[in-house]
Design a binder for this molecule. Structure first.
Ligand SMILES: C[S@@+](CC[C@H](N)C(=O)[O-])C[C@H]1O[C@@H](n2cnc3c(N)ncnc32)[C@H](O)[C@@H]1O
Length: 245
């Protein structure tokens, strides 16, 4: 059975993140692009979480449905203004089907890597394709694997450095498995540790998964502004389309 890594404690903290992805300008850029791709919609978000993106997208008039494993995350989405307008389904986005056809399916903020096997990632592409109208788009925002940061013989990249929060990823370059470890000092001076497994994945491998699902690459950008994807890009926003007819 697939494990839920976004239980009550993680959900309670989620919207207080200082990650740049939570900055209003970045959310606005994200929603601008999703709205353009969705047209009149509807849109389906895989891993909808607390509605960071779904709520502002729905506010622009795009009907949004979301799938998520975590009851705790979805409960927070529902409690927010406008949360009652968003349809949600509890389930695994690699396998769960919802009623309807969508002009856009999207999966942002590295959430594709929460699927920790290649099979699950392949299934996710098939599931996205199965929900799209002809001409519809599947958008994924995910990091480029950070392996160039790792000296030969080492396996760890630190990405947060205190004073009360430390985080690092341990990579297995044989299996493409990775685990993110988060350590924090909590308000009462105690410590808390949380570890989440990932599978890192290269853009070209995603293109192959898309082909297996009957989709073809339409765009690959470096960010939400549509900047060109280059050898220095640290993430990509990729869009595959379901061909017409
Ligand atoms: C990093 S959060 C992203 C939430 C939201 N998309 C955002 O951008 O803020 C990842 C979310 O994906 C959900 N998730 C992870 N793996 C999942 C899976 N296999 N099926 C459904 N939801 C999943 C988690 O429960 C969590 O809510």
């Amino acid at each position: 059975m697939i494990e839920d890594h976004f239980g009550e404690a993680a959900a309670a903290r989620y919207d207080h993140s200082h990650d740049p992805e939570f900055e209003p300008a970045e959310i606005a850029r994200t929603v601008d692009l999703l709205q353009r791709l969705a047209g009149d919609g509807p849109a389906l978000e895989f891993g909808i979480g607390t509605g960071r993106i779904a709520l502002p997208l729905a506010e622009r008039g795009v009907p949004v449905h979301g799938i998520d494993l975590s009851e705790a995350m979805v409960r927070r989405l529902r409690a927010k203004p406008g949360g009652d307008r968003i349809a949600t389904t509890i389930g695994d986005f690699a396998a769960t089907a919802v009623a309807g056809e969508f002009s856009l399916v999207y999966l942002v903020f590295n959430t594709l890597m929460n699927l920790s096997t290649q099979d699950a990632q392949v299934d996710c592409f098939r599931n996205a394709a199965g929900h799209l109208v002809p001409g519809g788009s599947f958008l994924v925002e995910v990091m480029v694997p950070e392996l160039r940061k790792i000296p030969l013989g080492q396996n760890t990249v630190q990405f947060a450095d205190g004073p009360e929060h430390w985080a690092y990823t341990v990579y297995d370059t044989v299996t493409q498995d990775a685990t993110c470890h988060y350590l924090r000092i909590t308000g009462d001076g105690r410590g808390e540790a949380r570890s989440i497994p990932f599978r890192y994945v290269w853009p070209a491998e995603l293109d192959l998964m898309a082909r297996l699902a009957g989709l073809r690459l339409r765009h690959r950008w470096a960010d939400w502004t549509g900047a060109p994807f280059t050898e220095l890009s640290t993430r990509h926003v990729s869009v595959w389309e379901r061909p017409m007819g």
